[in-house]
Design a protein around this ligand. Structure first.
Ligand code: GLV
Ligand code: MN
Ligand code: MN
Ligand code: MN
Length: 414
């Protein structure tokens, strides 16, 4: 098979990316299509129709993932590719979408060129990859690979709604999330195309990243309980101000990130204050933080260090602190075999590439526990992502999709 023939139809793919972007929450910035939102529900119908139009046999697995099957000559353990189509609030058009729609474009080119694979190829749009208000991420890939437990379904969002009930309301049987449909079936391999979401490829002026590992992510929900009081009459020395303790924690988290290893990062992304009135001393504050690194040792020390700092700051301000940790994923190396196949395919296509870790989380981190897994990155303009300015050139996307096709061909032949 001449891989040159599998070059994607750049204009067609680009217009599909923009068609999907039309499904957006009207009152939010950028291209917002969050898990459980109406636009996400509607866009999933579009994705199903889009997959069918490409000739895929489409079904939704028990975990709510949309799967399109392209039957192979021999069958056996399937080859899997895909990504996600949900976005963060105020997100862009390319995060996840490039990998999901890029995979469908690969299938179109396989059919148009009469190319048959030996293995079945599954194209997957994983349910809810982005962080959701129930303190979870990668819902579909975690469920399908057997990581979710009944405890996860009991997680509550800021308004007290259970994750299990939210799934039910979205038309997904929560019980299905506990049936690890993919954990019990052997898979031949998984490869995911994604935008880099950081500045490395653009800085180095290289069009392709061959991902070597995905960072580990630890998440913290810290609840500070103080005492609401009259902001005029309660003297400064006699307050239990929950927000002051939380605000000092924001700075402590930043310091921990700044003093970590080179690629370590620490972020406080949300802060909710109650009762939230300018003339009331805040009685309660809830803060969400996350810590990422490709250095396992540092990451495992983070919980202890953060707990110590918060304990000290809470005591200093007379408030109580309750800490709830969830581990998104450990540092996940990708399979050397898939890295090699991608690198060789890139060489064959004459594409310069760079071996690099991923600083963002991905569904691939969960698939890696099931089968040989790899990822391909394409550049992000200015390294911007999770914002409306997220941008990757049509040519860069097409190049990534071509390499995805070439990698899948090589994986199929192993
Ligand atoms: C999701 O995109 C993440 O990396 O947090
Ligand atoms: Mn993503
Ligand atoms: Mn994302
Ligand atoms: Mn991600």
């Amino acid at each position: 098979m001449d891989v040159e023939l599998l070059e994607p139809d750049r204009e067609r793919l680009w217009s599909h990316v923009h068609e999907l972007a039309e499904f957006a929450e009207p009152d939010s910035a950028g291209w917002t299509r969050r898990l459980f939102s109406e636009p996400y529900r509607a866009s999933r119908e579009w994705v199903r129709a889009h997959m069918r139009d490409a000739g895929l046999e489409v079904f939704t697995d028990p975990a709510g993932n949309i799967v399109g099957r392209c039957p192979g000559r021999l069958g056996g353990p399937p080859l899997v590719t895909g990504s996600h189509t949900d976005t963060v609030a105020g997100g862009g058009r390319f995060d996840g979408v490039v990998g999901a729609l890029g995979a469908v474009e690969v299938v179109r080119r396989l059919r148009e060129t009469g190319t048959e694979l030996d293995h079945d190829l599954l194209v997957v749009d994983f349910l809810g990859e982005e962080a959701n208000p129930h303190s979870g991420t990668c819902l579909g890939s975690q469920a399908a690979t057997g990581v979710l437990t009944a405890d996860h379904l009991d997680l509550r969002d800021g308004k007290g709604a259970r994750l299990g009930d939210a799934l039910q309301g979205f038309g997904i049987d929560p019980g299905g999330m506990l049936r690890p449909s993919w954990a019990v079936t052997p898979l031949h391999g998984y490869v995911e195309l994604h935008i880099e979401q950081g500045p490395t490829l653009r800085r180095r002026d290289v069009g392709i990243g061959v991902v070597t590992a995905i960072v580990g992510i630890e998440r913290l929900l810290a609840t500070f309980v103080g005492r609401a009081d009259h902001a005029g009459t309660r003297r400064m020395g006699d307050r239990k101000d929950a927000l002051v303790a939380a605000a000092k924690t924001v700075l402590a988290v930043e310091r921990i990130g700044c003093t970590g290893p080179e690629a370590a990062v620490a972020t406080c992304g949300t802060l909710d204050v109650e009762p939230a009135a300018e003339n009331v001393v805040p009685g309660r504050a809830v803060l969400a933080a996350e810590f990422r690194s490709d250095d396992r040792e540092w990451l495992s020390g983070v919980q202890r260090r953060v707990a110590g700092e918060i304990g000290r700051l809470a005591a200093e301000n007379g408030v109580e602190a309750l800490l709830d940790w969830t581990s998104d994923n450990d540092v996940v190396p990708t399979a050397a075999s898939v890295q090699d196949l991608t690198a060789n395919a890139a060489d064959e296509l004459g594409l310069p590439w760079l071996a690099m870790p991923s600083a963002a989380g991905h569904d691939a981190a969960h698939l890696a526990a099931r089968c040989p897994t790899g990822m391909i990155f394409v550049p992000s303009h200015d390294g911007r992502s999770h914002c409306p300015e997220e941008w990757t050139e049509p040519d860069e996307i097409a190049t990534g999709v071509h390499l995805l096709a070439a990698t899948l061909l090589r994986m199929d032949q192993r």
